[in-house]
Design a protein around this ligand. Structure first.
Ligand code: GLY
Ligand code: MN
Ligand code: MN
Length: 464
């Protein structure tokens, strides 16, 4: 999986090296392994920054990149006995060719080599607050350099957060990344279709359908197409469970007449997809379900239309909220006598009890991917507002300007809990519709539409 296209990784290393400044050295560890209990580990997942620069998925590996572009990999040494138990290791001998690095050493020699790589350099870069114990490892290496100052060695005087340049690089997905994300989306869309069809089929056959049955369909479809894992814990929420934002797939019965909300996406070759669909368990929306569904879909359409290079990250959210605010008034979930018009609903955030999350997040190697949501070219252009609900003072910073190749989700929802001033027909309905969008010069490419989103098309799929 990892050693097929070393060029993209070499290009990224070169682009990062150019940002380190003269005398800069970057140190990037991969992720630690996490024991579950005794001889069992949690499934291993590499560190995203490390993978972005190497394409290497083994644990116990480090990359040291110098501003000159020279890079040194530290990886697990070949060890026949360990490989019998834990599997193949690339080993330093093969790593130079396979990964296109300049030098590869055993990770056992890290403490010996890193002080030498830092000696007489100016700045040590590493990702701050991301790897437990990394700061003290760096302290130890700097102390090893300091021990040699009386022999004339210079010790780096600056430490800088490597996340800052890397986050900005990762925000814009290159062609290689976009290609993987499109493929991940196709697999995830197929999994959603399969879950919808299985649900309708099992109910028609009179079977007892549980949330975990649908979760199993998702997993089956992810794995049979080569996805390594789900990109996050799947949400499969039947009926009122859909109103719990971080609900997990559990054992609740899936009943005809109720909606099912599935938020699930696979990870493929290190990249996440993130899709939510909400569908009627038996394949037929009721009137109130359809009304609310169509409102959420209209708000998503507005958000999609507001997504293009040059727009702000906040624009899709604001477009979506305008549609939801008017729709909540039209459907009688909010009352003009109490809440005024749509503009009042927005200003007082009266929609908040029904829509309490943001419309988008960056998507990439991590499902909530890195990247600042504030426009770096406009730092300092702040304004303040008082939050109408909490009374807190909130600093508004200019929202990020979208650029071609950024990938974000567009995921409006409505979650209706029972309340005396809300029509009972809407109680316990939770709906979210989530697609993944690559920003283009004139709009965006929705890469997750391999699963239908229009109510009648979902019904047709579930009849098939
Ligand atoms: N699946 C996580 C999210 O939608 O943000
Ligand atoms: Mn999402
Ligand atoms: Mn999601």
């Amino acid at each position: 999986m990892t050693q097929t296209t070393p060029n993209v990784y070499a290009q990224r290393r070169a682009a990062l090296a150019a940002q380190l400044g003269a005398g800069g050295v970057a140190i990037i560890p991969t992720a630690a392994e996490h024991p579950r209990n005794r001889d069992s580990d949690f499934p291993y997942r590499h560190d995203s920054y490390f993978y972005y620069l190497t394409g290497f998925t083994e644990p116990n590996a480090w990359l040291v990149l110098e501003a000159t572009g020279r890079c040194t990999l530290f990886c697990q040494p070949k060890d026949l006995e360990r490989e019998i138990w834990d599997g193949y290791r690339l080993g330093p001998g093969a790593a130079v060719d396979a990964l296109g690095v300049d030098v590869a050493n055993s990770v056992a020699e890290l403490d010996h080599h890193v002080p030498k790589l830092l000696e007489n350099q100016h700045t040590v870069w590493y990702p701050f607050a991301t790897h437990k114990g990394l700061e003290s490892r760096v302290d130890g290496w700097l102390n090893a350099v300091r021990a040699r100052v009386r022999f004339g060695a210079l010790c780096p005087a600056q430490q800088r957060d490597l996340c800052v340049p890397l986050d900005d690089m990762r925000l814009i997905k290159d062609a290689h990344e976009q290609d993987i994300m499109r493929r991940a989306s196709v697999i995830s869309a197929g999994a959603h279709r399969r879950a919808m069809q299985t649900c309708a089929h099992m109910l028609r056959a009179g079977q007892d359908v549980r949330e975990y049955h649908l979760d199993a369909e998702l997993l089956h479809e992810f794995r049979r197409h080569g996805s390594q894992f789900p990109a996050y814990t799947s949400i499969v929420a039947a009926g009122a469970n859909a109103c719990v934002l971080h609900y997990r797939a559990d054992a609740a019965p899936v009943r005809a007449g109720e909606l099912v909300l599935i938020d699930a996406g696979c990870e493929l070759d290190g990249y996440a997809s993130d899709i939510t669909r909400t569908f009627p368990a038996n394949g037929q929306f009721t009137g109130p379900q359809r009304d609310l569904y169509n409102l959420v879909l209209a708000s998503q359409d507005a958000a999609v239309a507001a997504t293009c290079a040059g727009a702000r990250f906040s624009d899709p959210h604001e477009a979506c909220v305008r549609v939801l605010a008017q729709g909540l008034l039209d459907l009688g979930l909010l009352h003009p006598s109490k809440h005024g018009n749509a503009q009042d609903v927005i200003e007082k955030r009266a929609y908040f009890p029904f829509y309490m999350h943001r419309t988008s997040h960056w998507l990439g190697m991590d499902v909530h991917d890195c990247g600042s949501y504030v426009e770096p070219s406009e730092l300092g252009q702040n304004s303040e507002r008082k939050d109408p609900l909490s009374g807190e003072t909130i600093v508004n910073r200019p929202s990020r300007i979208l650029r071609e190749g950024a990938v974000l989700t567009i995921e409006p929802g409505l979650y209706v809990r029972p309340a005396h001033d809300v029509p009972e027909a809407f109680w316990n309905i939770g709906i979210r519709i989530e697609d993944d969008a690559i920003v283009t010069s004139h709009g965006c490419e929705l890469i997750t539409r391999g699963v239908p989103v229009i109510a009648s098309e979902i019904e047709a799929l579930m009849r098939a």
